[in-house]
Design a protein around this ligand. Structure first.
Ligand code: GCW
Length: 682
């Protein structure tokens, strides 16, 4: 049964509702595929596999194109003239990766057509069609046109060459460097297929804390083999570039971006990579951050570094994704302000093929952070979103947390950069500032665990990331429901309560870890479990005490105009809202303000009482998740059912651990009793 988890959301279980099954069986008698590319063959095979599971019998995959009740697929230019004419309007409205799914009726003949401008578009259309069946929707009269809103939809693997995964909680890296290039693990193919099913079209296969060896011929040969596997699935490979690679593997004395030999070294390296991988995507770079080398080592700046690499890949159509995750111990009055200060002055100075990759919040992938102030502040530079799918600060792959809720909250945030309605989504999809290159990255939660992600429900975070990358305006509720139907069951008695549980899980983790705007109080280094008391680390901004600043007078980080003034990095409307305790959303209160323990919240309770009640609420929410799950045994396979049960038990125990540890610690400062309703620590 572990095999079932492995299949992710592509279970293709036989449709159980007989009316719906009937509808599908009579509408789909055969498949006809126009075109012979590898991608079309993959699409055809996926349909056969999916349909034989869903309908319970094999479907003829080489049916004559004129037969009624045939599923017809192919790119627009391969279709018959009649079919081309029939979908002219629809195909004109899609982009290169979009697709059209349309019921075509002429006389007694009825067919379903899946078409697109490219083979990859057809493949995406096929997965979309299968999703309709997996989620039991009617296919009676289809008229669907859909296109991705963001160009680059990618995973970032923080995978090291020794197969350890930084912040990975699902086993070791998928990439078996030792056996590559000759040995192609089936897992690479299944990985590509799963990604294609949600529209992911790029992957950075190695860690941003980079090892220059990946750029040597010995490794490039292996990267080439992976790229070959991914290509027909529409997925491009990207690599991280260690800035000091010219020294480490190129025998140069410097990596100074102004040095002509260094520039030439990168140009030659790019040419060497493209000779092997003609569709290589480009480089992702972490520079001058957490000890990584970068242009600042030579007195140069981010623009100098990024543009040098951009010039090297430009002739081949490559891009550079330059990360904005920088902070320094030398300027540590408020870490949250540093990326903005280092980058915003350079707006408009980057080459056309550079995109700056910004984490969703200004600190580091916390259970909740206000959106990063860089979004909206660099209109002349394309900014790409970096979300974390792996749960570094959210209970690893042990806690059930449905992350699309978090992503959606960020994407919907209004930056006001061009007045009301300037949401983060509109910045990263390029629509607000008219950018040609647009991107979104998710730090992968995937490893070689049998079920890929460690926690069965963490599969939903991979899935949901892909869906939001395709359409950042989608509702995370719809995504949760689709995922549940595709993965487990279409029974309403299952869907409704489990969906509720998923949707609440994000707020639960915020409540039992960092309510009311608290952040970064996890134990240090590994970031698992509470550690608000830690204060002895060498760099000030590594200590949890730096972030919560609890004392007898109160708690919270004053980032308002009376404090670090980080609020001033936002557009005036947003700055004003965060700056004032009366208008600052309570969920972000202690992110922006240091308030007395007696400060009254909107519900009339003191800050101390509210904090304690929030911690308790988090524990209660996890208890409720347990109760819900315990009644779902009939709808879920035995292995994932039991796994989730055990994991929820740990999560409940640890929610209490968080509550007790944090409240006992903060109580030393507040000097107050726990309010009624909050369980006493045992
Ligand atoms: O979240 C922090 C992590 C580091 C990571 C860094 C980054 C890859 O603790 O492990 O390094 O961010 O994003 O660069």
């Amino acid at each position: 049964t572990a095999q079932k988890d492995y299949k992710l959301w592509l279970q293709y279980n036989k449709v159980t509702n007989s009316k719906i099954l009937n509808e599908y069986q009579s509408a789909i008698k055969g498949i006809h595929a126009f075109g012979k590319s590898e991608t079309i063959a993959i699409a055809n095979k996926e349909l056969q596999q999916g349909l034989s599971g869903l309908l319970g019998h094999e479907i003829n995959s080489s049916t004559n194109e004129n037969t009624t009740n045939t599923l017809v697929l192919g790119t627009v230019n391969q279709l018959s003239t009649v079919l081309q004419q029939n979908t002219k309007k629809e195909t004109a409205s899609i982009n290169n990766e979009g697709f059209v799914i349309k019921t075509i009726q002429s006389g007694n003949k009825k067919q379903i057509l899946i078409t697109a401008k490219t083979d990859t578009g057809v493949l995406y259309g096929v997965f979309h069609f299968l999703k309709l069946l997996q989620t039991n929707q009617s296919i009676e009269n289809l008229a669907i046109t859909d296109s991705p809103r963001i160009n680059i939809r990618m995973l970032n693997h923080w995978d090291n060459l020794d197969r350890t995964v930084e912040r990975g909680y699902a086993g070791f890296s998928l990439w078996n460097w030792q056996k590559l290039p000759e040995f192609i693990d089936q897992r690479y193919i299944d990985y590509a297929r799963a990604n294609a099913s949600i529209g992911i079209n790029g992957t950075v296969i190695n860690n941003v804390n980079a090892n220059a060896l990946i750029l040597t011929p010995q490794y490039l040969e292996k990267v080439e083999a992976l790229a070959k596997v991914f290509r027909p699935y529409g997925i491009k490979v990207y690599l991280t570039a260690r800035f000091s690679a010219p020294i480490e593997i190129g025998k140069l004395k410097t990596a100074d971006p102004y040095d002509v030999e260094v520039q030439k070294w990168w140009k030659d390296k790019a040419a060497e990579i493209y000779a092997r991988i003609p569709d290589f995507g480009g480089f992702l770079v972490k520079a001058n951050s957490e000890g990584q080398p970068g242009p600042q080592n030579y007195g140069r700046n981010h623009v100098d570094g990024a543009n040098m690499l951009a010039d090297a890949v430009a002739p081949f159509g490559g891009i550079v994704m330059w990360r904005a995750f920088v902070y320094s111990e030398h300027d540590a009055d408020d870490r949250a302000k540093q990326a903005y200060s280092e980058f915003v002055p350079y707006d408009g100075k980057f080459r056309d093929n550079v995109i700056v990759q910004v984490k969703n919040g200004a600190i580091d992938f916390q259970p909740r952070e206000p959106f990063h102030p860089m979004f909206g502040a660099m209109p002349k530079t394309p900014l790409m979103m970096e979300f974390q799918v792996t749960q570094e600060y959210l209970g690893f792959s042990t806690h059930l947390v449905y992350l699309p809720k978090l992503y959606q909250e960020v994407l919907e945030s209004d930056t006001y950069s061009k007045g009301k309605g300037s949401t983060v989504a509109k910045i990263i999809d390029g629509s607000l500032d008219n950018h040609k290159i647009t991107g979104i990255a998710g730090v992968a939660n995937i490893g070689n665990d049998l079920n890929w992600t460690g926690h069965p429900f963490a599969q939903a975070n991979w899935y949901g990331f892909g869906r939001l990358a395709w359409n950042p305006y989608e509702d995370s509720k719809t995504i949760a429901e689709d995922w549940l139907r595709m993965t487990f069951s279409n029974e309403e008695k299952f869907i409704k309560p489990v969906k509720e549980m998923m949707l609440e899980s994000r707020e639960a983790v915020v409540n039992y870890m960092t309510p009311l705007g608290l952040h970064h109080i996890m134990d240090t280094g590994h970031h698992y479990g509470p550690g608000p008391w830690v204060s002895n680390l060498s760099r000030p901004e590594w200590n949890p005490t730096y972030y919560h600043k609890a004392d007898k007078n109160g708690i919270g980080f004053d980032r308002s105009s009376t404090g670090s003034n980080a609020t001033a990095q936002y557009a005036p409307e947003v700055a004003k809202m965060f700056d004032n305790t009366a208008t600052c959303p309570e969920k972000d209160l202690l992110w922006f303000h240091h308030l007395s323990w007696d400060y009254k919240l909107k519900n009339g309770e003191t800050l101390w009482n509210s904090l304690a009640l929030k911690y308790q609420e988090g524990v209660n929410q996890v208890a409720a998740m347990n109760t819900t799950w315990n009644t779902m045994g009939n709808y879920v396979d035995e292995v994932p059912f039991k796994e989730v049960q055990m994991l929820l038990n740990i999560q409940h125990k640890e929610a209490k651990w968080w509550r007790d540890a944090c409240l006992l610690y903060f109580q030393q400062y507040s000097g107050k009793e726990l309010p009624k309703g909050v369980e006493k620590p045992t």
